[in-house]
Design a binder for this molecule. Structure first.
Ligand code: A2P
Length: 352
């Protein structure tokens, strides 16, 4: 008989949690049951899964009794505290937070790129940062064919990456502005970063801060892109720099990416041909027809969209491109469920 799994979603009431439930509904994973977990505040709330209403339960260590696969997206501190509890009770954890990403014992996985890293898991698998994932899907085929020397990326990130409360804050600010309020009278308590001292409105704005500032005046989000790229590509020599910007888009991260390849035989055409065949990539690149990826068109799609591929005007091996994906799906919920599907296919889920 085929194995069937008891699956838990931690943070089921959140922006990513809601999408995890959606992705599980259509997943090829053989699911026996789904348990929805969140904070005490959400206890008793009903959420639909495959036309059935499930009751949200309060997360406690024993929530994981009998669970085979636990998908976590309730913030780093919850993962740090509860992921080991889940593993202790026999579950394999796919964690969408940054809690374990740089732990050398924890595989950091984008299935299209480094699925085989799953073989070394000890119970926890980390889902990379949303901006890193889509960049890896687009760049790994190029790295494999031509080698990658350097990446410089600027992101244009949607507000849903900061959770439900940030979405609500932006919508209220937009309405207030349309109703005639002045920017200085807008309420801002969440963005650019809930835990930082100052908050600024995002409505009709662009904020060059995602997460708090860290070494060399780069933000944590920017460091995540640097460090996670090196880990996923298993290449400590690759040069990476990022500038991460929040823009007033609800769903879908966009990235302007500049790369320098090692092999000078690469051309725009050969890179386009590679990406046409690449798993998880949709090439949308025809300037003559004004065809290029757009955040709005990426919403609720699992793929990463690539376009505007062009040569740098001064550097021989340099290329520019525009890469877009749904941050809640490939950037979070879909990549997590895809990891669970890979674990199943590779026989790496321990069944309770
Ligand atoms: P709740 O809705 O009960 O607060 P988002 O990223 O959209 O802000 O969502 C965060 C998710 O993490 C929500 O599902 C939220 O549940 C959950 N969460 C926050 N704090 C806790 C906690 N202490 N225990 C369990 N889940 C939590």
């Amino acid at each position: 008989m085929e194995k069937t799994y008891h699956v838990a979603v931690v943070g089921a009431t959140g922006a990513v949690g809601a999408k995890m439930i959606e992705m599980l509904e259509t997943s090829s994973l053989p699911i026996e049951s789904v348990k929805l977990l969140a904070s005490k505040r959400s206890k008793g709330k009903k959420l639909a899964f495959k036309n059935k209403l499930l009751t949200v339960e309060e997360l406690v260590p024993d929530s994981f009794k009998g669970i085979d696969i636990a998908l976590f997206s309730a913030g780093g501190s919850i993962s740090k505290k509860f992921a080991p509890e889940a593993v202790k009770r026999g579950a394999v954890v796919v964690d969408n937070t940054s809690a374990f990403r740089m732990d050398p014992e924890v595989p950091l996985v984008v299935p299209e790129v480094n699925e085989s890293a799953l073989h070394s898991h000890h119970g926890i698998i980390a889902n990379p940062n949303c901006s890193t994932i889509q960049m890896m899907v687009a760049l790994d085929p190029i790295r494999q064919a031509y080698g990658l020397d350097r990446i410089i990326v600027s992101t244009y990130q949607a507000v849903s990456g900061a959770g439900m409360s940030a979405i609500k804050e932006l919508k209220e600010q937009l309405q207030d502005m349309l109703d005639g309020k002045q920017p200085e009278d807008l309420t801002a308590n969440i963005l650019p970063c809930g835990s930082d001292a100052k908050h600024y409105p995002l409505a009709f704005n662009a904020l060059p801060q995602i997460d708090v500032f860290s070494d060399e005046d780069y933000t944590y989000e920017e460091w995540k892109m640097v460090n996670e790229t090196k880990k996923i590509m298993s290449d400590n020599q690759i040069k990476v720099a990022a500038t991460c910007v929040r823009i007033p888009v609800l769903q879908g991260h966009s990235e302007s990416i500049y790369i320098e390849v090692k092999d000078s035989s690469a051309t725009v055409r050969s890179i386009q041909d590679l990406l046409l065949q690449a798993p998880g990539v949709v090439l949308q690149d025809d300037p003559s027809e004004q065809i290029y990826p757009q955040a709005l068109n990426s919403v609720n799609k699992k793929e990463t969209f690539v376009g505007r591929i062009r040569r740098d005007l001064d550097v021989n091996n340099g290329f520019h491109m525009w890469v877009v994906s749904d941050n809640l799906l490939k950037g979070a919920a879909w990549n997590s469920v895809q990891i669970a599907e890979s674990l199943h296919r590779l026989g790496l889920v321990r069944v309770n």
